[in-house]
Design a protein around this ligand. Structure first.
Ligand code: SF4
Ligand code: SF4
Length: 498
């Protein structure tokens, strides 16, 4: 393995707020999107000549379109409550990774061009000209924010830095400076239907392979149906579930749940992706275009319900935005919420006694749970307040005899990002990802040492990929990360086929 060019942070117990290290992450910037990744999304292929006026016009458009944006830009009182709440600040010490500082690199330009005081007394109110240096800072530090919204929980005004990051990224993309990783992925969904660019024949092969694998293992003909017209449920799931570890074990778990409950279901080759990177770029049109494939697939297949697999931001887009983006869902069965999370579906089946679990199958594990940001702070689950916290934990407890929560200041709405969310799960940002994982890894280490935790379950494809990559950097096994539905699937009791 190539030698790392950065040092791995030392895990301190108890965790410490790092000393300020100005410019510590000024070198961190992801690859810029090429024209072939920009243009299919409706963005210019490269930096436009009149970039300054285009950027200011775009900012004006966004200030009118997203009502929260000017409120957030106007209402910060510099109280400092958010300064030590960002995992990227805690992992790097770079003061520009303090949420308030991250906001200020856009706020200063907003003040200069959109407030009277900023136009006439710029120095007095911290207003700044839009220059190439400012654009560079936006590119660096809006790609050091995973849009996790943790800082907003602690802000007395609820200022959401994620919204400001999204605006910053959208302005950058509109002048021709988009991020390669996110934009390339969105382009693949527009063209092929999933983030991986996995064509239909490969998907068919993968699903057939899974059917053979599961039948061989448990002697039960569990199906992984594709494009089944008239199925009750359309399952949309992150495409990582089709082959990545530990994601695929979650997909096997969903299939076992459907099989045991006798629910007919299908995947779609047209909408073979639940993830929606349009939210990461902050671009409504692309988010809508990605989501539209799911509505179309549901109509074409004539399903009654749409269920979303384990993916954090996909669930946020589905729960919070689908109705506006692609609703109404009046063609679906009104007996079920739209959309429904796979954890909700499994939870209801358990409550109705339709699933038979043997927790002893997971007796060798001591499990903890990583709350994913977009589920915890950007959505809900089920019909009860806090369902996004109680339902996944109830599922784990039903399938595992040994469950331990991490420290409360690191779970539920206080959860720390995995370090790879918000379109940052790319190897050109590996240093940021490793350092940003520090607060979560510190909390995990504590329950490993004090409670003997062996596994950490998650319900987000990005979290699972990120932890599999960065845990070994901290001396922990990549295989300690598991899907919640892997635990369920392993505990389900089947009568073998005769
Ligand atoms: S939204 Fe998350 S990543 Fe962004 S500044 Fe706030 S805490 Fe940091
Ligand atoms: S907590 Fe809110 S008001 Fe206080 S500095 Fe941070 S963003 Fe500004």
């Amino acid at each position: 393995m190539a030698k790392r060019e950065f040092s791995i942070p030392v895990i301190k117990s108890p965790p410490e707020i790092p000393p300020i290290r100005p410019g510590a992450m000024a070198h961190s910037r992801p690859f810029v999107a090429k024209a072939e990744h920009q243009e299919p999304l409706g963005f210019p292929g490269e930096l436009v000549d009149n970039w300054k006026s285009v950027a200011i016009d775009k900012m004006e458009e966004l200030l009118g379109k997203y009502r929260a944006l000017p409120v957030f830009l106007d209402s910060c009182v510099k109280c400092g409550a958010c300064t030590d709440k960002c995992h990227y600040y805690l992992g790097t010490g770079d003061p520009k990774n303090m949420p308030v500082a991250r906001q200020d690199i856009l706020r200063s330009v907003y003040r200069r061009y959109f407030t009277v005081a900023g136009k006439y007394f710029p120095k007095l109110v911290g207003a700044a000209e839009l220059t190439e240096e400012v654009i560079d800072d936006w590119y660096r530090y809006y790609h050091q924010c995973s849009e996790c919204r943790r800082c907003s929980v602690y802000c007395p005004f609820g200022i959401d830095t994620a919204e400001i990051t999204m605006a910053g990224r959208e302005i950058l993309a509109s002048i021709g400076v988009g991020q390669k990783y996110a934009n390339e992925i969105i382009g693949k969904v527009h063209k092929i239907g999933n983030n991986l660019g996995l064509p239909e024949p490969a998907l068919v092969d993968t699903l057939e392979g899974l059917e053979e694998e599961v039948e061989e293992e448990i002697n039960v003909p569990v199906k992984f149906p594709l494009d089944q017209v008239g199925a009750e449920v359309l399952l949309v799931t992150p495409s990582a579930d089709f082959f990545a570890e530990p994601h695929v074990d979650g997909l096997i778990g969903y299939a076992k749940v459907f099989h045991q409950a006798g629910i007919s279901w299908t995947l779609s080759s047209y909408a073979s992706e639940a993830a929606n990177f349009g939210i990461f770029v902050g671009n409504y049109e692309n988010m809508q275009k990605v989501a539209e494939r799911i509505r179309q697939a549901a109509l074409d297949l004539g399903v009654k319900r749409i269920v979303v697999g384990e993916c954090g931001h996909a669930w946020r887009v589905a729960y919070s935005f689908w109705n506006t983006l692609i609703g109404p869902f009046d063609f679906l069965d009104t007996a079920y919420p739209t959309p429904q999370h796979i954890c909700e579906l499994t939870y209801h089946l358990l409550q109705q006694g339709q699933l038979k679990l043997d927790p002893a199958q997971n007796d060798d594990k001591v499990v903890t749970f990583h709350d994913s940001c977009n589920v915890s702070r950007g959505s809900r689950m089920g019909d009860m307040p806090g369902g996004q916290f109680t339902i996944p934990r109830a599922l784990i407890r039903s399938a595992c005899p040994h469950f331990v929560d991490m420290a409360p200041e690191t779970t539920h709405e206080h959860t720390f990002c995995c370090g790879g969310g918000g379109g940052l799960l790319t190897d050109d940002l590996l240093e940021l990802r490793v350092k940003g994982a520090l607060p979560r890894v510190s909390a995990l280490k504590r329950v490993i040492e004090e409670d003997g935790v062996t596994h950490m379950a998650a319900i987000c494809a990005i979290c699972k990929s990120q932890f599999s990559k960065v845990l070994p950097e901290y001396g922990m096994g990549m295989d300690m990360v598991v899907s919640v539905h892997q635990l369920i699937g392993d505990a389900l009791v089947f009568e073998p086929a005769q």
